[in-house]
Each structure stands twice: as structure tokens, then as C-alpha cells.
Design a protein around this ligand. Structure first.
Ligand code: SF4
Ligand code: SF4
Length: 498
């Protein structure tokens, strides 16, 4: 465990466990009997279902359309929609989510539906990527087309392709680079076109020598694509740190990388873009690392999105011993789940089944003010001070200390000799602040509605009063007009009487 010298600030060197799963080829898994396809498996709003229960669908058919910058969702397999209902999701907290329950065809499959792949401009090329429902597969799960559209009015100098995969245990990107290098490089060429970038740089950590060599050979005739080796150093793959390491650019706070002339995409996303633009295949499958000491056969599998984790587990030989913890993602930034009857989504990079001896020590002692967490923080924050403030319920104080800049990379918690759960503090504080903000927004909305209601009632009262006054005035003027007739009658009566 040493501090790195230095393409990026801070960071740590967790012991890599990539050898568990990077020695065998990717295993392709057929569709199971049922798929559970979440409507929200990207950043932004959930996709809107356009199919109904009982409907028959083809593989590749659009099931739900992205709205407000979110991503389309397609059927990985032909079959029948059973229902659209809540199901367990492998998300932090383990809540349920709205999912399309698809009963897959067991017999001969219906024809596959492909997306349109003809284009004559950058915008149309981006539309194909959007139609295919492609999202960033490196963790952010940001819809790729939305990100690309933001480059249409900007100058992009460098397209950076992230092949770092700095999380220990995860090897899905490594295997994709090795086994799908044609798709990765093809996708990079399309991305250069779509983003208008002058050149592309693929950054790969030096613990993946095979992937580095394969991609160097595959791009040897592309003058505008360079492959660079980066030191193995966590969190090299985090976007800000990756940009810093390859371009020595620090993206200013509150700005996007595209504002600094840089566009970052992950290697597996490039392969998905190639399949969409070249062959019309929407994003329906992904490669997932299954690893950890409790697994019988750690490996990488390519599976339809919506496959249950329990089905993946069965396909790789099950557990050899009980798992002390199951983590979705990597051990540094992933989250624990308890229910393996939850499906994989577009952003699921790995599922780890860890034994007790693979877990960090949990018994913690008070902070010894050693400052290691400060030295390890790649964002230059003071994790010890922030955690103290959060412990004292001073969330505003933690915000002032830069809580919103925290990457949740876990470097501070990893290095802490007191085993303080620092990232848990930050995660709690962020959740609580979001909750408070939602409550504030609700209260603000209620206040605004109340003001509108009061104004409406006042207006209605004014209108009523004005109508009443007008009626009264009309009555008064009516009676004034009638008066002369009355007096004539009276006069005549008087005359008769006379
Ligand atoms: S404070 Fe945040 S960004 Fe800094 S090391 Fe800890 S988790 Fe990473
Ligand atoms: S690393 Fe842990 S013990 Fe050291 S200062 Fe940070 S919080 Fe305290």
C-alpha cells in the first residue's frame, strides 16, 4: 500500500484481484425464461414503456422510450410481456423498481429488429446512438447521445477512451478490449466522427499488458488514435483524474469536460456504439465480471440485460462457500446487496461474492489524526474534517468543506488506520441533503400553490364583488329609468281621481 508518484493527486494502491477472473474467455449466456428489464437503468428519468402486458415482442424491439435526456430500452430477446410491475433491484438500499417482465421465447425466435443505421451528418450519427439506447458503461450510466449532442456547438480536441478499469477485481473492460478489439476501435472511429474530435487517446493501466498490445496493433494504421499506458493507481479511471493524467487538464469546478475540449467515453461503450452504427444492434447485452473468493469459477459473462444475478451465479458454477458480502460494482465504489434475485442493468460492471477475509476490517477506533486520508484524497478534500462535521450533524459545514466534490472513490476509507467508514458518512450526508432539498422543494411548491390559491380566491372574491356591484348599479339605474313611468301612472290616477 503506497502513495503513487504522480500523474494524479492522491489515490491509493489496493491489492488487485484481477487474476481471479481475467484468465478465461467471456462466456456468452443465453436468455433465461424470464427477463426483468428496469425502466430506470441510466441517469435521468425512467424510460416510458410503449408495450403492454400480453404483447408479443421481437428481439431488438423498442420497449420503453427515453424521455428528457434518458435512454431507450430494447428487448434483448423475443417473447411476451407478462406485466410491468415492481421487482427487486440491485441498487443501493435494495428498493424495488418498475420493470418490464418479459417471458422469453423458448422455441424458434422471432425475427430480430434492427435500428436504422443510415446517416449523413454528425447529428444523424448521434441520433443512431440515441435510438440504440447506449449509455456510458463505465459507471456514470449517462446516455451517450445526450453527452454527444453537447459537443455539437463545441470544439473537442481530445477524445479520451477510458480503458483503466482501476477497481480491483473487475476485468470486464480488459476482456472486452482483448476479445472485441475490432468493435472497440470501430466505435472509437465513429465517436471521433460524432464528437468532431481531432484525435483519440486510449488510456490503459499497465496491469493490462495484453489489452494494451492488442489495441496498439489494432490502431497501428490510425494516425489519429494513440494508445497510452498509465500507471496502475486508484482512482485513475475516474473521469477527472483520467483527464488530468492524459491531458494535464484540470476541469474547473462546475464545468463539464466538454467545456475544456475533452470528451471521455469508456471502452465497452465504444464497442456498443460500433454494434449499433455498423449492424443496427441496440444495447441489449453487456459483459459482467463475476468474481470473489466465494465463487466456484470467477469469470466474465456476456448476458442479456435483465438477467437475474442468481441465474448468472448458476451459470458460473455457483458458490464454493457462503459469501460474507455481495457487492455490485467494484469493492471501492460498489454497493452491497442482499437479494440476488435482482437483474443486471446496462451499468452493472461486476458482481462480487466476497469471503470474510476479503472484506475490510470493520471494528473502528477514534480518528488518530494521522492525515493519511487527506494525502489520499484525489480531490484535495479533508475527509477527516468532513466526517467530523457530519457526525456532529453539521451538513452545511460539510458542504462548505467540499462534500459535493467528493467522488465517493473510497480512497480515504481504504487508507484509514482507524477503519473509519468515511465514505459511508459522505454517502449518508449526500442522501440526507438530497432528502432535505426534496422536502424544501416540496414545501416551496406547496407555498407557491398556496399563494396562487389565495390570489385566485382574492380575484374570484373581487370578481364576485364587482359583479354584485354591477348588478346593484344595473338595478338602481333600472329603477331610475322606470321612475318616470311610475310617476305618469300616478299622475293619471290622480287625474282620474280628480
Ligand atoms: S473524500 Fe471523497 S474523493 Fe476524497 S478520498 Fe474520500 S471518497 Fe475519495
Ligand atoms: S486516515 Fe483516519 S485516522 Fe487518519 S486522519 Fe483520516 S480519519 Fe483520522
Amino acid at each position: 500500500m503506497i502513495f503513487s508518484k504522480k500523474l494524479i493527486k492522491g489515490g491509493v494502491h489496493p491489492v488487485g484481484q484481477k487474476q481471479l477472473s481475467n484468465n478465461s474467455d467471456i462466456l456468452s449466456i443465453p436468455a433465461p425464461k424470464r427477463l426483468f428489464i428496469a425502466l430506470k437503468q441510466h441517469s435521468g428519468s425512467p424510460a416510458k414503456p410503449i408495450v403492454k402486458a400480453g404483447e408479443t415482442v421481437h428481439a431488438g424491439q423498442l420497449l420503453a422510450s427515453g424521455q428528457g435526456g434518458s435512454a431507450n430500452i430494447h428487448a434483448p430477446q423475443s417473447g411476451t410481456i407478462e406485466k410491468i410491475a415492481l421487482h427487486n433491484a440491485a441498487i443501493p438500499g435494495g428498493a424495488q423498481q418498475e420493470m418490464i417482465h418479459l417471458i422469453c421465447d423458448t422455441g424458434p425466435h422471432l425475427d430480430e429488429i434492427k435500428i436504422n443505421t443510415s446517416y449523413s451528418s454528425r447529428a444523424e450519427l448521434i441520433d443512431i446512438i440515441g435510438d440504440a439506447g447506449i449509455v456510458g458503461m463505465g459507471g456514470a450510466v449517462f446516455p451517450a447521445a445526450t453527452k454527444l449532442r453537447s459537443t455539437l456547438n463545441k470544439q473537442i480536441d481530445n477524445l479520451l477512451i477510458n480503458g483503466c478499469e482501476c477497481e480491483p477485481y473487475l476485468t470486464c473492460d480488459d476482456l472486452v478490449m482483448q476479445e472485441k478489439c475490432v468493435q472497440v476501435v470501430g466505435g472509437i472511429r465513429y465517436l471521433i466522427e460524432a464528437s468532431g474530435a481531432k484525435r483519440a487517446i486510449i488510456g490503459i493501466e499497465d496491469n493490462k499488458p495484453d489489452a494494451f498490445q492488442i489495441l496498439t496493433d489494432a490502431t497501428s494504421e490510425d494516425d489519429n488514435i494513440e494508445v497510452r499506458k498509465l500507471p496502475t493507481h486508484y482512482p485513475m479511471g475516474s473521469a477527472k483524474q483520467f483527464i488530468q493524467a492524459l491531458c494535464q487538464i484540470e476541469v474547473p469546478k462546475g464545468k463539464r469536460s466538454t467545456d475544456a475540449g475533452v470528451f471521455v467515453q469508456n471502452v465497452a461503450t465504444c464497442a456498443a456504439i460500433y454494434s449499433a452504427v455498423r449492424y443496427g444492434h441496440p444495447m441489449t447485452h453487456r459483459v459482467v465480471t463475476l468474481s470473489g473468493g466465494a465463487l466456484e469459477k470467477p469469470m466474465n459473462v456476456e448476458a442479456p440485460i435483465g438477467t437475474l444475478i442468481s441465474e448468472l451465479l448458476a451459470n458460473c458454477g455457483g458458490l464454493k462457500t457462503s459469501a460474507a458480502r455481495i457487492i455490485v460494482g467494484g469493492p471501492m465504489m460498489g454497493h452491497t446487496i442482499t437479494n440476488i434475485h435482482s437483474p443486471i442493468m446496462k451499468g452493472t460492471s461486476g458482481i462480487l461474492f466476497l469471503e470474510e477475509n476479503e472484506l475490510p476490517q470493520t471494528a473502528n477506533s477514534p480518528c488518530v489524526s494521522c492525515g493519511r486520508c487527506v494525502a489520499a484524497c484525489p480531490m484535495g478534500l479533508l475527509p477527516n474534517a468532513m466526517s467530523q462535521l457530519i457526525e456532529n450533524d453539521d451538513l452545511e459545514g460539510a458542504l462548505d468543506q467540499g462534500l459535493k466534490s467528493c467522488l465517493m472513490c473510497g480512497s480515504c476509507a481504504f487508507i484509514c488506520p482507524a477503519s473509519l467508514p468515511l465514505t459511508q458518512y459522505f454517502s449518508y450526508a449526500n442522501g440526507e441533503l438530497n432528502r432535505q432539498k426534496k422536502m424544501e422543494n416540496k414545501a416551496q411548491l406547496a407555498r407557491e400553490l398556496n399563494i396562487q390559491r389565495t390570489a385566485r380566491l382574492e380575484k374570484e372574491a373581487e370578481q364576485k364583488a364587482a359583479a354584485k356591484a354591477a348588478k346593484k348599479a344595473a338595478r338602481a339605474s333600472g329603477s331610475r329609468k322606470r321612475e318616470p313611468r311610475k310617476s305618469t301612472r300616478n299622475t293619471s290616477k290622480t287625474t282620474q281621481e280628480v
